[in-house]
Design a protein around this ligand. Structure first.
Ligand SMILES: [Zn+2]
Length: 318
């Protein structure tokens, strides 16, 4: 390890030191405050970066990141951890669904960001350059947004770099959530990091603004298993858990701004050609049927009656 001090922006943690602090930088001409923990272990090892609150109303994931930052101690840690519990603070305080209120953009579509772009692009750029690029391994925590129900799943990306992709899949398995989904989402945190050569996963548990202990535990247990697997904390290698690998992540979107009537539930098995729900107008006329493009399982469903043109309706893992 070249520099024994762990640095992010204006914050630094010496060897065997844990620091909580706020990095302040300029976004769209305004000061932007980003809270984080720097935990610099007493022993050599990899650097794990954990982010949450890229979607700031996905509370189970944020609660889990807070728990990790508060509980992880440097004395017995092999390696380093950087924990960013709420990446999009403006969205957190506004309880905003999907987007950052500063520019109306979905932050998980703009990574690795742009220093000369809009607010979300500038935030993504700062986080990517200063935080994510330091990672040996990267985990981004999510859950269903305020209007989404989901069955927990972990996403990874096949970037084409075989050695990176192999480790991303391994991390996804180790995390311990049953469904694994291979997906490319342009501009997403984990895809941008994978392309930069950093094995990465995105874990999803929670939803609809609810954060049960079980959903939070999906994330905290996953992080614990992953750090044991990487030899960062004691406890030994975690026992392998059964998983289902879904190679396709098929999203259906609304073609109308209208009313959404799902006909299936999350975790339900569906067939190609099956009608999974309908978008209707005021008088109940069907404007669009949501036809399953493949055999698979329903991973998430938008649960709000209100639906906007281009909004996701649901997704099938196939
Ligand atoms: Zn999300």
């Amino acid at each position: 390890m070249s520099d024994p001090v762990l640095k992010v922006g204006t914050l630094s943690a010496a060897r065997a030191e844990k620091v909580y602090g706020v990095n302040e930088f300029s976004v769209a001409g305004q000061p932007y405050r980003l809270p984080m923990w720097l935990i610099n272990g007493n022993h050599d090892g990899p650097t794990l970066v954990v982010t949450a609150g890229v979607h700031a109303a996905e509370y189970a994931s944020i609660a889990a990141a807070l728990e990790l930052g508060r509980s992880l101690e440097p004395h017995d840690l092999h390696g380093r951890a950087i924990v960013v519990p709420v990446l999009d603070m403006p969205a957190f305080t506004a309880r905003s669904i999907y987007v950052c209120p500063l520019d109306g953009k979905n932050p998980n579509r703009v990574f690795p960001g742009n220093p000369n772009g809009t607010a979300s692009e500038q935030i993504a750029d700062w986080v990517f350059r200063n935080v994510i690029s330091q990672a040996t391994y990267y985990v981004d925590l999510h859950g269903g947004d305020l209007i989404e129900a989901l069955v927990p799943f972990t996403i990874f990306f096949r970037s084409g770099n075989e050695s990176v992709d192999k480790v991303s899949l391994e991390l996804a398995k180790v995390f311990g959530i049953h469904f694994l989904v291979c997906s490319e989402t342009p501009g997403s945190t984990f895809c941008a990091a994978s392309r930069a050569g950093i094995p990465s996963i995105l874990a999803e548990s929670g939803g609809q603004g609810i954060w049960t202990p079980e959903h939070v535990a999906d994330h905290t247990r996953g992080l614990n298993r992953l750090m044991r697997h990487l030899g960062m904390i004691s406890g030994g290698k975690p026992e392998p858990l059964p998983f289902t690998l879904l190679e396709k992540f098929l999203w259906l979107r609304s073609e109308h701004t209208a009313f959404w009537y799902p006909a299936v539930a999350v975790n339900e098995k569906v067939k190609a050609g099956q009608n999974l729900g309908a978008v209707k107008d005021y008088e109940g006329r069907v404007l669009q049927n949501a036809i399953s493009p493949g055999d698979g399982v329903v991973l998430f469903i938008v649960t709000s009656l209100a639906i906007n043109q281009t909004d996701p309706l649901l997704a099938v893992g196939a």
